[in-house]
Design a protein around this ligand. Structure first.
Ligand code: CMP
Length: 144
């Protein structure tokens, strides 16, 4: 069964012109893009997206940040894409992410870590449902 995961380029990544750089890393690995859109999420949407973190001191700032500008919301599909997508992204804190990862190569601060990826099968399902309607996802065969 092919997995799907939710990946978002956050407002800092969009502002810094990293959209194509980030997409190409997933694309070259062989994952398949099945949904994409540019949205400025509302604060309420950001709060839903990060509901697991609502007790954390940085929750409010984090939601303000996510809703501060355009986000590139995507669904990527492929074998092992949830776990391997996290590997491409690197550790949450860019000071701890390895060179070669997106955050390791492109970010320095945890408050500006350019990208989000679902951390497991359940959150992937929830996040895809939060950001996309079923008809926004396409199904196709790729030779990658
Ligand atoms: P993300 O992968 O989107 O998941 C939760 C986000 O919370 C994380 O990336 C960071 O952007 C943010 N985050 C986690 N820890 C902190 C922190 N200590 N201070 C500010 N933001 C944080």
């Amino acid at each position: 069964q092919m997995e799907q995961t939710f990946i978002a380029i956050k407002p800092d990544g969009v502002q810094r012109g990293l959209i194509s750089e980030i997409i190409s890393r997933f694309e070259r690995k062989g994952f398949k893009l099945v949904a994409i859109k540019v949205v400025v999420p509302s604060k309420e949407h950001a709060q839903k997206h990060y509901h697991d973190l609502k007790e954390r001191p940085f929750f409010n700032g984090l939601c303000d940040f996510l809703s501060s500008g355009p986000v590139v919301a995507m669904v990527w599909e492929g074998e092992g894409v949830i776990k391997y997508g996290r590997k491409l992204i690197g550790a949450t804190d860019p000071q701890k992410s390895e060179p070669g990862t997106i955050r390791g190569d492109l970010a320095v601060a945890i408050g500006g870590n350019v990208i989000h990826g679902s951390d497991g099968p359940e959150t992937a399902k929830d996040e895809i449902n939060l950001w996309f309607k079923p008809e926004e996802l396409v199904s196709y065969t790729s030779n990658a």
